[in-house]
Design a binder for this molecule. Structure first.
Ligand SMILES: [Zn+2]
Length: 391
């Protein structure tokens, strides 16, 4: 079986194994078995549950990590699908199922591409290749990647998320911002005795969403989008609510920092409070917590920075040239969604590229699919990038 066919078979096996965030063990074992059967030097699952395969070159040199997450978003309503979400059925050039585009196809193409590169070169290359199937990306991008960075200190990272075989050199960051207002409860028959926290929330939302946002030519707009809201007590039968909490999704640009994102929001709320003393409002970063399938608990601040490299950076232009040489012309752009690149590039400054099969817009959709031709070409493209960066 060719390595391209093996990538398709691996993708199918992984799609048939449901792997919502925190439930990736089955897919991790499938991937580990693929590493073992495809000539990898090391294949293991780390303490957080990431599946790791390592191929060593004959000469010392840089470490290149392929990062692909193993978890998928759920299928809330299978009845909406015309295809079985975990059937991995092939029809024509399409392989259907949850996670085909996001991103078991990309992960399979990375695992098979690395194996094919090692075979074709008989390992005569410099450095080492690490393929990391990571957990929990859909809930907390970058978290699992911190374990990969810690273990391997990569010189290059390829994020294997769908790029339609183009080269992605950056992405917006993401922050989850919590807005809280406080008031005083009272019987709703005597509202004048209380201070309604929801009324304050309405004013605070109005003020924050009126603030100007910035734009970047490649990364596009920064955003501030309300995603949920809840009053306290809830339900509030005959009670003036004393508390209210809303969450905003803030998409961030390069140059923005943890501090510079929050400061203007709080300043805006302080100004509002100065005009309207009823309003007591604060902003802070949301915290995420959970437990990996290996039983490790985590708690993180939901701040994931933006990152961007230049087309002139040598690792970018070399990769682009190698893809061209392989007959796989790629354009340069930035991801519209968030990826584990936030950790490697955003926090650690590691030279990072996005390269993977399929279209970005197919992620999280009903009847999600991947085109087999894209998957096959990604196996080739990954070999071209390895040749560019590890020769
Ligand atoms: Zn993804």
């Amino acid at each position: 079986m060719s390595m391209q066919d093996k990538a398709i078979a691996l993708c199918q096996a992984m799609v048939q194994c449901r792997s919502y965030s925190g439930q990736e063990e089955g897919v991790a074992r499938i991937l580990k078995q693929f590493f073992e059967q495809s000539g990898y030097d090391q294949a293991y699952l780390d303490e957080f549950g990431n599946a790791i395969g390592v191929i060593n070159g004959s000469h010392p040199g840089p470490t290149l990590v392929f990062d692909g997450h193993m978890d998928t978003v759920p299928v809330p309503d299978p009845a909406l699908w015309t295809q079985e979400p975990f059937g991995a059925r092939i029809a024509g050039d399409r392989l259907y199922g949850r996670g085909t585009s996001d991103m078991k196809g990309g992960l399979a193409a990375a695992a098979a591409g690395a194996a094919a590169f090692a075979q074709a070169t008989r390992r005569r290359f410099s450095g080492r290749i690490v393929v990391a199937g990571t957990v929990y990306e859909e809930l907390c991008e970058g978290l699992a990647s911190s374990y990969i960075w810690q273990a391997f200190r990569p010189d290059y990272v390829i994020i294997a998320e769908a790029s339609e075989l183009n080269l992605k050199i950056g992405q917006r960051g993401r922050a989850e911002i919590v807005l809280e207002t406080t008031g005083t409860t009272a019987h709703s028959a005597h509202p004048e005795q209380g201070n309604n926290a929801v009324y304050s929330m309405c004013k605070a939302i109005q003020a924050l969403t009126s603030l100007p946002l910035t734009r970047h030519p490649l990364l596009k707009e920064s955003l501030l989008v309300l995603t949920d809201i809840k009053s306290e007590p809830y339900p509030g039968s005959s009670c003036v609510p004393a508390g209210c909490r809303a969450t905003f999704d803030r998409r961030t640009l390069t140059g923005e920092t943890r501090e510079s994102i929050l400061a203007p929001l709080q300043a805006c709320l302080d100004e509002l409070a100065a005009r309207d003393p009823q309003v007591k409002a604060t902003v802070s970063y949301a915290r995420g917590h959970g437990c990996s399938y290996t039983g490790m608990t985590y708690e993180v601040e939901k701040y994931f920075p933006a990152w961007l490299f230049s087309p002139e950076d040598a690792f970018v232009s070399r990769s682009l040239a190698a893809l061209d040489e392989a007959g796989l012309h790629a354009d340069i752009s930035a991801y519209e969604f968030c990826t584990n690149g936030s950790y490697y590039a955003g926090f650690k400054g590691v030279p990072t590229l996005g390269y993977g099969p399929s279209q970005e817009k197919l992620a999280h959709t009903v009847d999600e699919y991947i085109e087999l031709s894209q998957l096959r070409q990604a196996v080739q493209g990954n070999q071209a990038i390895l040749k560019a960066l590890l020769s």
